[in-house]
Design a protein around this ligand. Structure first.
Ligand SMILES: Cc1ncc(COP(=O)(O)O)c(C=O)c1O
Length: 448
């Protein structure tokens, strides 16, 4: 009997995170201080990040030890299972084996907890009392709230206004773990007030919420900022996903032909695929595919250029695929994918042609998610559903070839059920690729 759950023992939780920078045959362009226009130094980051995370951000060391305390908390849900989607394979009548790495089993329901715990740990160690952050659909806000509660840190979360109202139960989770949740844009920050002056009904975006959270952290000595994606240290923490997957595939006697993950800021994608990239560079047959929404396709249609990570222009400039920091994506239900840019590490891999990207419309993504839930039982988060859709398409395209297809199941959708209700009632719509808005936003690139 073939196994459908490949599980590891607690002792097999990785002891170190993997830093892809050490294995890349090219340099990743450094961040830039927007005032001085010089490469970013440690001093530029000290106002909002603790020393250990700054070291990790710029490190070239291949392995970075995971502190015992962080590993102890990982033990609550890690290692996560690698599951085989047998029912889906049978339904599609394909010869491929489809596996999914199930990050939905974390206490907060997604991969975001992997970095939240690490970031809370290093901030606590540095004597910081509270953290601020942004959240879209609420997965990251919930994860950081959980982590802050583990380390008795205060936490204020600026939640994108459209999600604040669409996803009340993620807000409840954040409250249970003791965080304060504020609808962004808000009156709490100059960035928020400025936006509201121009547009009192603004629904918010991740870029705006980041500006509010960063502004507060810069102003308060006892407070740091924590980011749920994009930066090198965040993707580093997520490599536990790919490291475990590699071991699990080996146990199953498999070598992947396709690795697939959705991309917002790039953290679940990076964490899942980075440990495989060295082999891809050596052998080259593996295909690595990033999946995005058509409404916000930064890797697929964006420009590879320096841009701000936030709307208000408070962050350093990062070289990345971007749709322009002033672009406010349409209100798709995959709130975690509504980000104008993408991690510099993932962007560089895309620029060099090491990974590929595709984009899908909202309705086809929800259709694939419902099919997956019917066959495999787990309801995917709307973000995760993008990866599910791509895996189904690839399996169908290769229907006569026995491929090994592995996707990262970044989170469950049990707190996104109102979006599923709307889909089932025919109330969801597709958003066309917002060409005009993006063209306008790309005209505002800071170094253009
Ligand atoms: C379940 C889930 N998957 C994916 C993402 C996208 O983020 P990232 O690209 O950083 O993994 C999010 C973001 O909130 C998410 O909640």
């Amino acid at each position: 009997m073939e196994e459908i759950k490949i599980v590891l023992n607690e002792k097999e939780i990785p002891c170190a995170w993997y830093n892809i920078v050490a294995d890349l045959p090219f340099q990743i362009p450094a961040g830039i201080n927007p005032q001085t226009r010089k490469p970013l130094g440690k001093d530029d980051l000290r106002a909002i990040f603790p020393e250990q995370l700054i070291e990790q951000e710029i490190s070239r060391k291949k392995w970075i030890a995971i502190p015992g305390h962080v590993r102890d908390i990982y033990r609550l849900w890690r290692p996560t299972p690698l599951r085989r989607a047998r029912n889906l394979e049978k339904y599609l009548k394909v010869k491929s084996r489809i596996y999914y790495k199930d990050e939905s089993v974390s206490p907060t329901g997604s991969h975001k907890t992997n970095t939240a715990v690490a970031q809370a740990f290093y901030n606590k160690q540095a004597g910081i009392k509270r953290l601020t952050t942004e959240t879209g659909a609420g997965q990251w806000g919930a994860a950081l709230s959980f982590a802050c509660s583990m380390f008795s840190l205060g936490c204020r979360i600026y939640m994108v206004k459209v999600s604040f109202h669409q996803k009340p139960f993620r807000k409840s989770l954040m409250h249970i773990w003791g965080s304060e949740v504020i609808a962004s844009p808000s009156e709490f920050s100059e960035s928020g007030r400025q936006i509201l002056r121009h547009d009192p009904h603004c629904q918010g975006s991740l870029g705006i919420a980041i500006s509010e959270a960063v502004e507060e952290a810069v102003k308060r000595k006892d407070t740091n900022y924590s980011l749920g994606s994009v930066l090198n240290h965040v993707l580093l923490h997520q490599t536990v996903i790919g490291l475990e997957t590699k071991r699990q595939l080996k146990l199953a006697g498999e070598a992947p032909d396709y690795l697939i993950a959705c991309v917002g800021g790039g953290s679940n994608f990076g964490g899942f695929v980075f440990p495989f990239v060295k082999e891809k560079l050596q052998k080259g047959t593996l295909k690595i595919i990033a999946v995005e929404p058509t409404a916000c396709p930064s890797l697929t249609k964006g420009k590879y250029a320096y841009d701000f990570g936030d709307t208000g222009g408070l962050t350093p400039l990062l070289k990345m695929f971007t749709l322009g920091h002033k672009f406010i994506p349409p209100g798709i239900h995959a709130g975690g994918l509504r980000y104008h840019g993408c991690s510099p590490l993932v962007s560089a891999l895309r620029y060099k042609g090491i990974i590929e990207s595709v984009a899908y419309h909202q309705l086809e993504v929800f259709k694939a998610a419902v099919l997956f839930a019917k066959l495999e039982g787990i309801v995917p988060a709307p973000e995760t559903a993008h990866a599910v859709k791509a895996a189904i398409d690839i399996a169908l395209k290769n229907s006569r070839r026995p491929r090994c297809i592995v996707l990262n199941f970044s989170g469950h959708g049990l707190l996104d059920l109102s979006a599923y209700d709307k889909f089932l009632n025919g109330e969801l719509k597709n958003y066309a690729y917002p060409l005009c808005e993006i063209k306008k936003a790309l005209n505002d690139l800071p170094l253009a």
